[in-house]
Design a binder for this molecule. Structure first.
Ligand code: AMP
Length: 113
């Protein structure tokens, strides 16, 4: 996988508002928030997009979702939030390092735009 801006955030080469970190993942505030709460949860291992995840990534993917759950609770938004993974350019992915968007603090429409 080519290095992205998220690798630079993991390596502390560029700044980010990091709110959580462990051995497997990092969570930080989105620089261009689409909701009052907008957090990105990323694996430290380089997976470009969900399509490229393998069966070996099963525990990691579960870990990311459970940490998203915990972060929502820590931020007090556990009653209503939206989890988004954009997979591929046409689906809105702009950074090709797998990430989970955690969005909260406003109403969300369905179907999503
Ligand atoms: P996506 O469009 O799903 O690939 O999401 C990429 C997200 O990364 C967007 O919401 C951007 O606002 C966010 N983003 C890009 N660069 C940074 C950065 N340096 N720090 C925090 N968030 C970023």
């Amino acid at each position: 996988m080519n290095e992205t801006i998220f690798t630079k955030i993991i390596n502390r080469e560029i700044p980010a508002d990091i709110i959580y970190e462990d051995d497997l993942c990092l969570a930080f505030k989105d620089v261009n928030p689409q909701a009052p709460t907008h957090i990105l949860i990323i694996p430290k291992s380089p997976i470009s997009k969900l399509t490229d995840a393998s069966e070996n990534d099963q525990d990691l993917l579960g870990h990311l979702l459970l940490r998203a759950r915990d972060i929502a609770k820590d931020l007090g938004v556990e009653d209503a939030y939206r989890i988004v993974i954009n997979n591929g350019e046409t689906a809105g992915q702009t950074v090709f390092h797998l990430h989970i968007h955690l969005l909260a603090g406003r109403e969300f429409n369905w179907p999503p735009g």
